[in-house]
Write a protein that binds this ligand. Structure first.
Ligand SMILES: [Zn+2]
Length: 852
């Protein structure tokens, strides 16, 4: 249709076929971001207010509701309107005066006849009574024989397009509206939603009705209803009441996760210049949440897995998650991306402010390190999966936009803009952007215009290359000191392949030159394919640095000698410099002088992230002597993340020494995560010798059960076991897969049965029976394990189950069954499948870590 060079007349409305749009594709490496250009859906009506009355049936998994929409007509002469509506059985539609309206159910839509032609500006109020049987959008949690520990809860999830599964509505972020909900909940459970609590009243039949009203406009994907029994932790941020809800048994853990919220609100208000925009801020921890968190307006939903005890605090923190979801209250909720292709305006900003809070709370070094990690995430997606424009109008499914481009690259693009403009101008621009667009949907242009108007800068060049193009610069840098001319030449070349998607980049770059007397910095503009910069320098420089604070998202190939790097590792007074040196020394790590210096720095380096990199560089060697020296450092190493690196390195070097050290770690280390990694490493170096250690570790509780899960993985590591050994392992795994065990252990046990249970009837029967589990995660794990087991006797059960399953986002049992059947039939290469399963698991882990 976009090829047509003439305007089209559709249903009496003139629609431009947009011949000026470029035909170029927006991405490479994936079809997800190609295809036709998209726009937000056009509207005949502005949705002004949504009033919802609802109650939930846990047994039937259904919602009874009446939604009342107030809309204003954009134009004359419209006789019907369409709403998004899936899995909803509409009982009737009536106008506000009680007259019935006609309606028609279409695939994914509900069409309502208005009975008369609209007049521009006219307000119409109508109600829809319905019952929904939602596959998405509403998640029912309840105890069962199979999972007795599950609490009675309901939580909803709107983003991206799930609200339409339980509320017939115009479900798109381009429209903002006020909302109110009346939730009927069985006593003593409470219901939490957006806005202010207007009332909570007993309804006379062992239920209560909670009335919440959101008076400031937001959008349908941010509507949230949570029902459950909760303990409440309370605090204040100035006049804003703060609450955190947890299951009563987890109440003691709340303060550890949420105590910084008030400070974060103060800090974000100060940095953005805009007050927290809602009357309250609640954070509700729920069971079985699919993501890390979701920034529902004034009522963030969090995965209760973020709660942790003091010992787990050695390794994990809720700080990043809490800061991220809070930042969304401005970026995402107050201003909202107009379409999903502008997702970076939500996620890039929330990630940037999460990082900014780390800078404020933990200091510059931690923030620089976090930025470095973000760069790695984005570059790995860019090089291994796909490259796309940060802002794109070509996408297939909104889910695909929750990627490292939106989060990590988005965050780094904002960091670069901050670097280009300086703090004063950058934050002045942020303030104007928020003020001008408050309670409105936004696109990249709104942000650019606000930044330009607040600063006097012209920023088209910046947005063109970083937001409307793809990729990043790959710089090849060489420096040469000319003793005769007493000058330093720095050659910079952009080596990225320039194409329709990736430009030559234009950026100001700091070059720093350290001599014995002083360090001088020069800011140069790099914009051409190749530049040569010459500076008068009296002596051979001790250190030459390109973008020393690592502001620019890039790949850097800066050829330096071993001596240069060793000097930089020791004397650079910034984390970036030492990290870069520790990383680049990998190619020289075989040399004794380099090893010695790395160990010397490991002992002296003040920042843990650099020590972690030194360990990782050294561990490339897989040498017994290196392992011995790392083991010696282990006892002195205060940071658990570095100890984890060391333990992993020991798992690569067989020998009594590694085994002895790892056993000591398992016995003594205070960190759950170090112990779990040590178990896995021991499994690698000791093989069957680690079985007794694993059995011992099965008794140890830990954060997210990381120790027991590692123990189960070690038990089932050998997929060739037979006889009595196999019988014993299978029996243990069957028992660990039972409902008395925590979910992560059960999942690990199923996985283990698939691996260690080859030829065992008991393993086959346990996994086949698990196909009937009510929890989809358990079912999927069992399905995958049956695929791994490869026993054709599982086929009838899998076939039978296939008829009962429906596809679910992220972990889809239908797809899992198809793969398992292929695998049993020997149709698919096992290595490929292993890779796929590993990738799926990694993706799930990332999704969980990556807060929403
Ligand atoms: Zn987010």
């Amino acid at each position: 249709m976009t090829n047509l060079r003439m305007p089209l007349l559709v249903a009496g409305v003139l629609v431009c076929a947009c011949p000026s749009y470029p035909a170029a594709q927006d991405s490479r490496g994936s079809d997800k971001f190609n295809g036709p250009l998209r726009d937000p859906p056009r509207r005949d009506f502005d949705f002004i207010h949504l009033r919802l009355e609802c109650s939930f049936d846990w047994e039937a998994g259904s919602v009874d509701g009446t939604v009342t929409h107030t809309v204003r007509a954009f134009r004359d002469g419209v006789r019907a309107l369409e709403l998004d509506s899936i899995d909803i059985d509409v009982r009737g539609v009536t106008l506000s005066d009680g007259r019935p309206l006609s309606f028609e159910t279409l695939p994914g839509r509900l069409r309502v006849g208005l009975g008369a032609e609209s007049r521009r500006g006219e307000e119409i109020t109508f109600s829809i009574a319905y019952r929904a049987q939602p596959r998405l959008g509403v998640y029912f949690r309840k105890p069962s024989i199979d999972s007795p520990g599950t609490p009675m809860q309901i939580w909803t999830q709107g983003e991206a397009e799930e609200a339409r599964h339980w509320i017939p509505c115009f479900d798109h972020p381009s429209d903002k509206l006020t909302t109110e909900v009346f939730v009927r909940a069985p006593r003593p459970l409470i219901a939490i939603s957006n806005g202010r609590l207007i009332s909570s009243k007993p309804a006379g039949d062992d239920t209560s009705i909670f009335h919440w009203r959101q008076d400031e406009p937001h959008t349908t994907y941010l509507i949230s209803v949570i029902v459950g029994e909760f303990s409440v932790w309370k605090d204040w941020a100035g006049k804003i009441p703060l609450k955190a809800y947890t299951q009563p048994r987890l109440a003691d853990l709340a303060a550890r996760s949420f105590a910084l919220t008030a400070d974060m609100i103060d800090y974000f208000q100060m940095k953005t210049g805009v007050l927290y925009p809602w009357p309250r801020y609640d954070q509700i921890c729920v069971s079985g949440f699919r993501f890390g968190g979701m920034e529902n307006t004034a009522a963030t939903t969090l995965n209760e897995r973020t709660l942790h005890d003091e010992r787990a605090a050695l390794d994990v923190s809720s700080r990043g998650l809490v800061a991220h979801e809070l930042a969304h209250q401005w970026f995402g909720d107050l201003v909202t991306c107009k379409d999903w292709g502008e997702m970076w305006l939500n996620e890039g900003f929330a990630t940037f402010f999460e990082n900014l809070y780390a800078e404020h709370h933990l200091g510059w070094d931690e923030a620089v390190y976090a930025r470095d990690e973000r760069g790695k995430k984005y570059r790995s997606e860019d090089s291994e999966e796909y490259r796309r424009r940060l802002s794109t109008r070509r996408w297939r499914n909104p889910v695909d936009l929750f990627d490292s481009h939106s989060y990590s690259k988005g965050c780094l693009v904002l960091s670069m803009l901050r670097y280009v403009l300086g703090d004063d101008l950058f934050f002045a621009g942020i303030e104007l952007y928020l003020e001008r667009n408050a309670y409105r949907p936004v696109e990249t242009a709104d942000f650019r215009i606000a930044m330009e108007e607040a600063t006097g800068e012209s920023l088209g060049w910046f947005f063109d290359q970083w937001v409307h193009s793809g990729g990043h610069p790959q710089y090849k840098v060489q420096s040469r000191w000319d003793a005769q001319a007493r000058s330093l030449q720095i050659e910079v070349e952009q080596t990225q392949e320039v194409d329709h998607l990736t430009p030559l980049f234009r950026m100001p770059v700091v070059l720093s030159i350290a001599q014995s007397s002083a360090v001088t910095e020069h800011k140069v503009w790099v914009s051409e394919k190749k530049h040569t910069f010459t500076f008068p320098v009296a002596e051979r420089p001790r250190m030459v640095r390109f973008d020393p604070q690592d502001w620019i998202l890039k790949e850097l190939d800066f050829e330096r000698t071993r001596e240069d790097l060793l000097y930089q590792l020791e004397f650079a007074d910034d984390v970036t410099g030492r990290l870069e040196a520790a990383r680049d020394l990998e190619k020289f790590v075989g040399a004794e002088t380099v090893k010695a210096k790395l160990f010397e720095r490991l002992a002296a380096e003040p920042f843990w992230g650099v020590r972690g990199q030194i360990v990782s560089t050294l561990s490339e060697l897989k040498e017994a002597r290196v392992a011995r020296m790392l083991a010696a450092h282990l006892k002195k190493e205060p940071k658990s993340k570095v100890r984890r690196e060391i333990v992993k390195a020991l798992g690569e070097v067989e020998g009594e020494e590694s085994v002895g050290t790892l056993r000591e770690v398992i016995r003594l280390d205070p960190s759950y995560y170090v112990v779990a990694d040590a178990l896995k490493a021991l499994g690698k170096v000791a093989g069957a010798g680690a079985r007794a250690d694993a059995i011992g570790a099965l008794a140890r509780a830990s954060h997210r059960e990381v120790i027991r899960v590692a123990a189960v993985d070690v038990l089932a590591m050998d997929d060739l076991m037979t006889g009595e050994v196999q019988k014993d392992v299978v029996e243990r795994l069957v028992s660990l897969s039972g409902p008395a065990n925590p979910l992560p252990v059960r999942l690990a046990a199923f996985r283990g049965l698939g691996k260690a249970g080859k030829g065992s009837d008991e393993a086959l029967n346990t996994l086949t029976e698990a196909l009937e589990k009510s929890d989809v995660t358990l079912r999927c794990e069992a399905i995958e394990a049956l695929g791994e087991l490869g026993d054709p006797r599982a086929v009838p059960a899998l076939e039978k189950r296939r008829g009962k399953e429906i596809p679910v986002v992220f972990r889809d049992p239908v797809e899992a069954i198809a793969k398992a059947l292929d695998r049993i039939a020997g149709k698919t290469d096992v290595d490929d499948l292993r890779k796929e399963v590993r990738e799926l698991r990694e993706k799930l882990e990332t999704l969980e870590k990556r807060t929403n």
